[in-house]
Write a protein that binds this ligand. Structure first.
Ligand code: MEV
Length: 419
């Protein structure tokens, strides 16, 4: 039985069989107020409640020969089904292969108003490298500042604020996302840097452009599984537009991030950080382009590649506060932050394949509206099994509107009551 054919109890039984979820975890999932107001009030200011989002499971993911059930939190219909479909096609050809060689983040300290030349300042910082790293590392037990680099910049803003000397700490965040500890490290070394250079330290903050946490993912999608050689050809045309035109590239990448964000949200990650870095990376050669690459093998199958920075953590942050995020991580069963980022990259690639395949064949609206029909049916007043009956009829008729939903509903009701 497929997950979508199961009722909620059967879905929980399935999760208990397939993952490490305990009865207590299932109890938390069953209770919509598990993430309490008390928690919310501790986390943000002026809290007035908690906003819920649908949480679902994407299936068929095989990444580096390991199978995953991927929790995804999203308000958008089709996203979870599309990711599962993309992953299924990849699975038929061996799944996704992914790599994430480094987990380094950059912390920046901005020095201005230097009374000495930038070269002299640079030399002084270099000569005191060990001491600066010692100070940074005194603020953390697990995360380690490994190295530092100095860059010299000229202000390009209209205010002409002069030269900027940038001290960058390269910090191995291991299994944490690392934002807090890096910010603390940057603040802790700033007075030493001011003493060494005579300059003024202004910003002391991590960079979310995590180019030293790059993840690469690749998969082969057989031409027969995606609808034949014409669909492959059309996908290559679609890719050519996303590579060449920024208006298409943004939508193409939005589709990739539909998947990555949903899985990131479900596992308690800072999805804004992932988004910001992804879009900057998409513009790394000076033009905003598709984050994925698509090409054909000699046999005519489709190869997809996705490379982007993904800064995530499985310890600390929201993962330690929100009980649902903890369950999300448990369902996924990842052991390290690197493993999590590799799964996220596979979700992004699967999502992109599914979108391109639909766009390059029947169009996106048919499948989307099929799923959307259930929402329309609900909004029109349908409840229980009427939702599926009305949604199916509207899809078959290709007329998915609230007015039609109400008409079908009233004819079902009059049949039931016999008037
Ligand atoms: C919709 O949320 C995402 C898509 O527009 C992505 C794309 O066009 O590639 C379907």
């Amino acid at each position: 039985m497929k997950i979508y054919e199961m009722n909620l109890d059967q879905r929980f039984d399935y999760l208990k069989r397939e993952t490490n979820l305990s009865n207590h975890d299932i109890k938390i999932l069953r209770n919509p107020s598990s993430f309490s107001f008390v928690n919310a009030d501790r986390m943000v200011e002026n809290a007035i409640g908690v906003l819920s989002l649908p949480l679902g499971i994407a299936t068929n993911f095989v990444v580096n020969n390991k199978s995953y059930l991927v929790p995804m939190a999203t308000e958008e219909p089709s996203v979870i089904a599309a990711a599962s479909n993309g992953a299924k096609v990849a699975k038929n050809s061996g799944g996704f292969s992914a790599e994430c060689p480094e987990s380094l983040m950059i912390g920046q300290v901005q020095l201005v108003s230097l009374p000495i030349s930038p070269i002299t300042a640079r030399l002084r910082i270099r000569a005191n490298k060990k001491e600066i790293l010692r100070i940074a590392n005194s603020r953390s037990r697990s995360v380690v500042a490994k190295s530092l680099q100095v860059r010299e910049l000229n202000d390009k803003s209209r205010n002409k604020m002069g030269k900027i000397l940038l001290l960058e700490l390269l910090v191995d965040t291991k299994d944490a996302m690392g934002a807090n500890v890096i910010n603390t490290m940057c603040e802790s070394v700033s007075s030493k840097l001011e003493d060494l250079t005579g300059g003024k330290a202004i910003l002391k903050i991590l960079s979310n452009y995590a180019t030293k946490r790059l993840v690469k993912c690749r998969a082969i999608f057989s031409k027969d599984d995606i609808g034949g050689k014409d669909v492959v050809e059309n996908i290559l045309y679609a890719y050519s537009l996303a590579y060449t035109d920024v208006y298409r590239a943004v939508t193409h990448n939005k589709g990739i991030m539909n998947g990555i964000d949903a899985a990131a949200l479900a596992t308690g990650q800072d999805f804004r950080a992932i988004e910001a870095a992804a879009h900057a990376y998409a513009a790394r050669d000076g033009t905003y382009r598709s984050l994925t690459k698509w090409y054909k093998t000699r046999k005519g199958d489709l190869v997809g590649e996705l490379e982007l920075p993904i800064a995530v953590g499985i310890v600390g942050g929201a993962t330690s506060v929100n009980p649902i995020s903890k369950i999300g991580l448990k369902i996924l069963g990842v052991k390290t932050a690197k493993e999590l980022s590799m799964v996220l990259s596979a979700v992004g690639l699967a999502q992109n394949l599914a979108a391109l395949r639909a766009l390059a064949s029947e169009g996106i609206q048919k499948g989307h509206m099929r799923l959307h029909a259930r929402n329309i049916a609900y909004t029109a007043g349908c409840r229980g099994n009427h939702i599926d009956l009305v949604a199916k009829k509207m899809s078959d008729e290709n007329s998915i509107t609230a007015t039609r939903a109400k008409e079908i509903l009233s004819s079902l009701e009059s049949k039931r009551t016999g008037c």
